[in-house]
Design a protein. Structure first.
Length: 174
């Protein structure tokens, strides 16, 4: 009987305890057609990268991690896209979700010759992008600053490149 009373009391306290310790919940992920949530984070050289400063460009925004197998497949594609389409208005930005930050990311960037800015996500950014429940998560943001494509998991390289080309043909935002 004492054990049962203790169990009931413990269960009764759970909602109170959960409300005191639960981490901040993610906001709903921004949808296609909505403005991409802005951020300013420092790259590996300490320079600020502000998403809204890229308005007028097509932005490939890649949420990734060094331990993510699919991410490691995609990153060379994004390096290639950056090389091919930079002069047409493409700007790739990588957002690392690695818990240990630059300790893992800097060696990875050097080894893989990443040719675009990479920042380390913070909790606030992850929350504003829906919590990022899976990686990779890649968005294409149109010249108007609105999300044109959102893809969880590995992208289809050829289809994604076609989408980039289509977005690059659109007039820059005024």
């Amino acid at each position: 009987m004492l054990l049962r009373t203790f169990a009931v009391a413990l269960l009764a306290m759970c909602p109170f305890h959960a409300s005191q310790t639960a981490p901040q919940l993610a906001q709903p992920a921004p949808q296609v057609g909505q403005p991409a949530p802005d951020f300013t984070l420092n790259d590996s050289a300490g320079s600020p990268v502000k998403l809204s400063a890229y308005k007028g460009k097509v932005v490939l925004l890649d949420f990734w991690a060094t331990w993510c197998t699919g991410c490691k497949v995609e990153i060379p594609w994004y390096v290639d896209f950056q090389n091919k389409y930079r002069n047409d208005g493409l700007a790739a930005i990588g957002v690392s979700m690695d818990d240990d930050g630059w300790k893992s990311v800097k060696p990875f960037l050097e080894e893989h010759k990443v040719n675009y800015p990479v920042v380390i996500a913070n909790q606030d950014l992850a929350i504003r992008y829906g919590g990022l429940p899976s990686l990779p998560m890649t968005l294409l943001i149109g010249r108007d600053g609105k999300i044109a494509e959102s893809h969880a998991g590995m992208v289809d390289k050829d289809a994604f490149e076609r989408k980039i080309k289509t977005l690059l043909l659109q007039s820059p935002a005024k």
